[in-house]
Design a protein around this ligand. Sequence first.
Ligand SMILES: Nc1ncnc2c1ncn2[C@@H]1O[C@H](COP(=O)(O)OP(=O)(O)OP(=O)(O)O)[C@@H](O)[C@H]1O
Ligand SMILES: [Mg+2]
Length: 473
Amino acid sequence: MKLQSIGNDKHHYKHLANHVNSQVNNGAIVANGLSLSREISWFSEVMTLQIQIYFVQGAPLESIYQLPAPDLSVDDSPFAHFVKDNKLGFEERIILILAIIPHVQPQVLDAFFSLNANFDRCYAEFGGKDGKRHRGFLPTAETAMFILTGDDLTKRLAVMALFDEHSSLMHQRVLILEDYTSGEPFLSHSLNVSAESLQMFTTGIDYKPTYSSSFPATLITSPLNWQDLVLAPSVMDEINKISTWITHSNTILDKWGLDKSLKPGYRSLFYGPPGTGKTLSATLIGAKLGLDVYRIDLSSMVSKYIGETEKNLANLFDQAQNKQWILFFDEADALFGARSQGSSANDRNANQQVAYLLQRIEDFPGVVLLATNLRANIDEAFSRRFQSLVYFPMPDANQRLLLWKKTLNNNHETDNDNQLYTLAEKYELAGGAITNVVRYAAISALQTGSDVILYKDLKIGINKELRKEGKTI
Ligand SMILES: Nc1ncnc2c1ncn2[C@@H]1O[C@H](COP(=O)(O)OP(=O)(O)OP(=O)(O)O)[C@@H](O)[C@H]1O
Ligand SMILES: [Mg+2]
């Protein structure tokens, strides 16, 4: 870019930003920008002061702790909320912003490039590593250590605990230590911030991981909403209990002090015939409460990733715990079936994974929903671990009529609604089968040039569905 054209480019960026803003949350970007710039200014002062103290360059203050971190209490940015919610202290904030700076304002770290004239090389004290293309200084854990502790060895030993995998920022996978060369000191790890956290601290968009072998789960959503759900009152009651727990568990556990006797989290098993709304209900609970629901297909998991499974599951549970996701284990029969059969190495391995999974489910402080078609296989030891077992029965005639109406959405012949009533009365179909029939009849209508869905096509579709289920009419 030529210097003269910067003015124009600014215009270009503004234009680009407006374009991007139509997709992202502009408010979050502006708020993050304000919070980050204050945090970076503070960091910069701390860093300069530590260099002055360390090199005895007439530092104006004695200790970096005389420079308090900015007060973010009134900031409404995702960054500020993260800092406040996690009650990050002085050291953690320095480490976090240091990890973020190369992504947002790399020049802030340029002072670390100064050479040690005695040896004509960079100061070992500063840590850091060379980038392949990045021109700025890339911090390592050592860099954070220098800024926070200078040459105070005792302090250094204390601050090292912040890089322990159990420390809050590491455990939540906000900070990442990477690029380790074996045999070198632990603090030579590069210090980075995870992709998802960076996204949250910049654009403010919640990062949604996608399916991979190390993240064997898929975010599920539905275009349907709560009003579309047709359930027997007893089932609806159980679903509402789950929602109430999610919204008010803090009151129950903390305020009422029941956390001594009740485990946190809620585990519920949905069972019943195919297409009765188990997956849909799980999805809608999340949508109603603004929580993401991740579906884990157990049948593929237990068999496919033997050996890796535990690690991947651990990853998934750790992430879910910090995000308040609802975990939805579909085809959960893989769990019940897998136990105790056979004695081959594979079987043993599967049993081990199941035991591990059950333990994680039991200890999970959030909501875990499992779904299966088979109730018979579930033993008592298993059901004891659940707060509720919810049976999703086949819908009765009234519920079927509602399902027909909602699914057709007024696109059927309306001359004689009695026919719809008859279909509902006569054919025992679950919601899933009804959607299949309507899809079939809609296609037929288009093919024959009809602009409404015809009863005769619905009947043919019903026939096909019943045959699929091994029934005839
Ligand atoms: N109770 C219901 N209320 C409204 N729609 C329903 C209901 N049950 C099923 N449906 C419709 O059928 C579709 C399939 O249902 P869903 O996937 O929830 O069934 P399921 O019980 O999870 O079945 P499976 O046991 O085969 O996994 C839904 O997306 C919805 O369109
Ligand atoms: Mg399902």
